[in-house]
Write a protein that binds this ligand. Structure first.
Ligand code: SF4
Length: 423
């Protein structure tokens, strides 16, 4: 890995961003399979990788005892490195057997990994070949979940980006919500949009392969997740326009996010207020229950989920926390502009990672709570620091009014635990 010195450069208007390109401590994009396979109910994710890849998704996603799993790993053995032709033949055979046994699979993702990149197995050609072979029954797409990419949430971006070229064309004026949300959250947003009179509203990804939303020059889209750079770029190539808003975390973020769509649909302000006020009040009350624990507490974010900036904005403005450093693996200035504008002025923003330097800064600051990946959490806990696993923020439904209290609780819990232990 290249070791390039850290640099502080201006970015996001006047706000400086500390950019680091050193050793990173993050999960790979295969992790996205854990939530994507639950979201798209007739899809299957076939990782083309090594035994390490198989262990990773098996332990992250757990073993389903009663249901047949909708992910697996086609393991590339050492001898496969000898011949690409063999690897392709083997892959065709595995896919043929899988689809014969599981006719309910309508969408099959071939998910690339570090080893498949190493042997230069061309999974896009394999997906084309297999799509033809299984035409009319199963569509086969491919994307990379390899650890060579930025971080684990990039797996979802790559997966949704693979779907964009397959979306049907439309001229209709529709709202598309982009990013996998827990079904309960998706249902809440669908109800709010219906009450506001915004719509039709479609979600990407849809729960069924055959229901993926159409896209065209009159599509307006809202990002529900901040890590969908490539997906957004491809949607815009197909004519869609992004509605700029903070991400829907907390009462403030959710209100502003809904407002962006309401304004585009010309919703009357009084109606907007009537529809959103009860949710705002419930969210504020739920966060207030944790405020005493969180207020004034200093929080340090290592770069991991790419959710760091909107979460820091929520914790600072609605729970009274004090973010000191907010690290993110990749900073998309446009997508995050509205959240960055709401961050306290003196927060240090950092992009990328040089883990040793960042650990030094964290130790020097001794924050009350540190948000980081699993690999850093145990050593920091051993040093007496309180940590929060960043990956939980992706596995837990946190968007929308009804989840604001749960989001605050995710940070209050480790602080409570430490108090109870008398540490
Ligand atoms: S894709 Fe790469 S980083 Fe991820 S589990 Fe496989 S070998 Fe490891």
């Amino acid at each position: 890995m290249n070791m390039v010195p850290s640099a502080v450069t201006p970015g996001c208007g006047e706000r400086p961003v500390l950019r680091e390109r050193g050793q990173r401590e993050v999960f790979c994009g295969l992790t996205g399979i854990v939530w994507l396979h639950r979201k798209i109910q007739d899809a299957f994710f076939l990782v083309v990788g090594s035994r390490t890849c198989a262990h990773l998704i098996q332990s992250a996603a757990g073993v389903m005892i009663f249901a047949e799993p909708r992910f697996a790993t086609a393991i590339i053995d050492d001898h496969d490195l000898a011949g690409l032709a063999d690897a392709n033949e083997e892959l065709d055979k595995v896919v043929g057997q899988l689809l014969a046994r599981r006719p309910e699979i309508k969408l099959l993702f071939l998910v690339g990994s570090c080893p498949s990149e190493v042997i230069k197995l061309d999974l896009s050609r394999a997906a084309e070949r297999l799509s033809q072979a299984h035409q009319g029954r199963t569509r086969v797409l491919n994307y990379s979940g390899s650890g060579i990419e930025t971080t684990f949430t990039q797996g979802e971006d790559a997966c949704l980006a693979a779907l964009v070229p397959t979306l049907p064309e439309t001229q209709a004026r529709e709202l598309m919500v982009v990013g996998a949300l827990a079904d309960v959250v998706e249902d809440q947003f669908a109800r709010l949009f219906a009450e506001l009179g915004v719509g039709p509203v479609r979600f990407l990804p849809a729960r069924k392969a055959g229901d993926m939303p159409p896209v065209g020059p009159n599509t307006l889209y809202l990002l529900a997740q901040p890590f969908l750079t490539e997906t957004a770029r491809l949607l815009e190539n197909r004519g869609a326009t992004r509605l700029s808003a903070p991400f829907p975390l907390g009462a403030e973020g959710t209100t502003a996010w809904l407002k962006a769509a309401a304004d585009a649909w010309g919703v009357d302000p009084a109606r907007f207020e009537a529809v959103t006020a009860p949710g705002q009040a419930r969210a504020a009350a739920a966060v207030a229950r944790h405020r005493e624990k969180l207020e004034g507490k200093r929080i340090f974010f290592f770069p991991d989920s790419q959710l760091e900036i909107p979460i820091a904005r929520f914790l600072a403005r609605e729970a009274g926390m004090v973010p000191t450093e907010v690290g993110t693996p990749y900073l998309h200035r446009d997508h995050l502009a509205a959240d960055i504008a709401l961050l306290p002025e003196d927060v240090r923003l950092s992009e990328g990672q040089d883990v040793e330097r960042q650990l030094d800064r964290c130790r020097a600051e001794r924050p009350d709570i540190t948000v980081c990946g699993l690999g850093l959490a145990n050593p920091l806990e051993a040093e007496g620091m309180t940590t929060k696993w960043a990956i939980e923020l992706v596995f837990t439904p946190i968007q929308g009014f009804e989840q604001a209290g749960d989001l605050a609780e995710l940070f209050a819990r480790p602080l409570n635990r430490r108090t109870r232990l008398g540490l």
